[in-house]
Design a protein around this ligand. Sequence first.
Ligand SMILES: NC(=O)c1ccc[n+]([C@@H]2O[C@H](COP(=O)([O-])OP(=O)(O)OC[C@H]3O[C@@H](n4cnc5c(N)ncnc54)[C@H](OP(=O)(O)O)[C@@H]3O)[C@@H](O)[C@H]2O)c1
Length: 253
Amino acid sequence: MRILVTGSTGHLGSALLNQLKGSDYEVKITSRNKPKGNEHFEWIYSDLFSGEGLEEAVKDVDVIIHSATSPNKHSKVVEVSGFNELLRRAKHIKHFIYPSIVGIDKIPFNYYKHKLEAEILLENSSIPHTVVRATQFHHFIDNLFLSRPVLKRYIVPGNFKCQSVDVNEFANHLIGIVDKGPQGKIQDFGGPDIVTIREMAELKIKINNENNKVLSISLPGKLFKAFSDGGNTNSTRKKGRVTFEDYLRSKIT
Ligand SMILES: NC(=O)c1ccc[n+]([C@@H]2O[C@H](COP(=O)([O-])OP(=O)(O)OC[C@H]3O[C@@H](n4cnc5c(N)ncnc54)[C@H](OP(=O)(O)O)[C@@H]3O)[C@@H](O)[C@H]2O)c1
């Protein structure tokens, strides 16, 4: 079985490659930049924005785990039209695995809208597939909200709810799906706890023994409300075991 991992330099892509290293699968990888330390995998340059290299990347593979994404730059092209181009060239494959995000159908955010369009394109295609949504990764929340205190304050949308999950556990879940074969849309993969960003900030301060404080801000609008209502969480799918606290402690050297 030959697997192509797209987005091989990304967080999820790297976690997948770490776990696929010791496996019996033949693995091919693709991204625009060449990932370091993965010389034993065949790497192909490809760009979902221009379409360059896609044909070569999908050639000769049985399974694709599509972990390439571009939330901030050319999101519509990369997530939707580039994705469609990838699907057009992947008619031969036996299983397309698409990691998506919990709440993309509830939260009015452009990137999420594009992810939802991609889910629908895949579901309407003839390609055997599995779509699985995860909640936000621990490092993602940490980097986005808790990495740059201003005047010793983490300024955060404190009421946002979050069910962050360990990226390695999600990667492991995706690899498990390879053997199970195409299952269509499956149940979400969420982290073990639902907490607010304020609580996450307070935990970080406590664990790292920081002098920082939390300044919680509130904004009007549907986007803020959707995250505050926990549209990005799923209390029935607490599948991850690694907590945000475990993640923070693992970073202490
Ligand atoms: N982050 C989260 O909290 C989270 C939660 C749930 C699900 N997910 C989903 O998990 C997947 C992976 O997310 P991630 O956080 O690992 O992303 P990431 O760290 O931002 O990595 C994105 C990857 O996509 C590649 N890429 C970007 N633009 C590209 C382009 N134009 N053509 C080809 N490749 C391109 C990047 O490599 P190059 O720049 O080298 O091309 C990189 O390898 C996404 O589908 C995301 O929606 C993420």
